[in-house]
Design a protein around this ligand. Structure first.
Ligand SMILES: Cc1cc2nc3c(=O)[nH]c(=O)nc-3n(C[C@H](O)[C@H](O)[C@H](O)COP(=O)(O)O)c2cc1C
Length: 199
């Protein structure tokens, strides 16, 4: 985030783009927005149509309740939105959860929606792009796509439970994964259970 000739950091923007796609785990996106609110970070949300399906199947949240958690909500088709341009400065982007379809679109640069365009912009601007890819099992094509994305600089952070943290509820399990993903942006969310070593 060095942005002038003297190497100084000038007004780093406290904002993150949040994409929610239609893999199982819409709650990861919802809790990401809650975490960013707790941390005082401006969130720019873009949600796919399939994500609205998983939201209704997996949670009691309405689309309005989800979008109310975001600072700014962008329409999926609005490729003229601020987050479609690299000149709009952000700390990066997280896709939580990230479907195979969305992952594949980002990997190819096809970017037919604002979500995948914003992810492409994040990569080209060399900002952190964290993809909470969720599918199981993976076939070889998935694994090759994941490798290509890692080679491009994306961080592949599947939402896998950290059982060492002894989660007592689904929310604790989700929050641990969300908090560890936000660690990748240098953010420290209170909900994270940090390993203190064996005593
Ligand atoms: C309840 C439900 C669960 C799904 N779970 C997954 C999943 O875990 N991973 C995945 O890649 N796709 C999953 N899908 C399929 C995606 O929603 C589908 O491929 C969709 O086209 C993704 O579009 P998007 O990337 O624009 O959100 C699921 C669909 C439904 C309805």
């Amino acid at each position: 985030m060095v942005d002038d000739v003297n190497g100084a950091i000038r007004n780093p923007p406290a904002r993150i783009v949040v994409g929610i796609s239609g893999a199982s785990g819409a709650i990861y996106g919802a809790r990401t927005l809650d975490a960013l609110n707790d941390l005082g970070i401006e969130s720019h949300l873009v949600v796919t149509k399939a994500a609205l399906l998983t939201l209704s199947q997996e949670t009691d949240l309405t689309p309005d309740a989800l979008t109310a958690k975001a600072s700014v909500v962008h329409r999926l088709g609005d490729v003229g939105a601020t987050i479609a341009s690299g000149s709009f400065r952000t700390l990066g982007m997280i896709v939580a959860p990230c479907s195979v379809r969305t992952m594949s679109e980002i990997a190819t640069g096809v970017t037919s929606t604002l979500l995948t365009r914003a992810a492409d912009v994040t990569l080209k601007e060399r900002r952190p792009l964290v993809l909470m890819v969720r599918e199981t099992p993976f076939h070889l094509g998935h694994l090759r796509t994941l490798t290509a994305l890692a080679e491009m600089g994306a961080v592949i952070a599947p939402p896998l439970p950290a059982l060492y943290a002894r989660p007592a509820s689904i929310q604790e399990m989700v929050d641990q994964s969300v908090g560890r993903a936000l660690d990748l942006f240098g953010l420290d969310w209170d909900a994270v259970q940090r390993w203190k070593g064996l005593s």
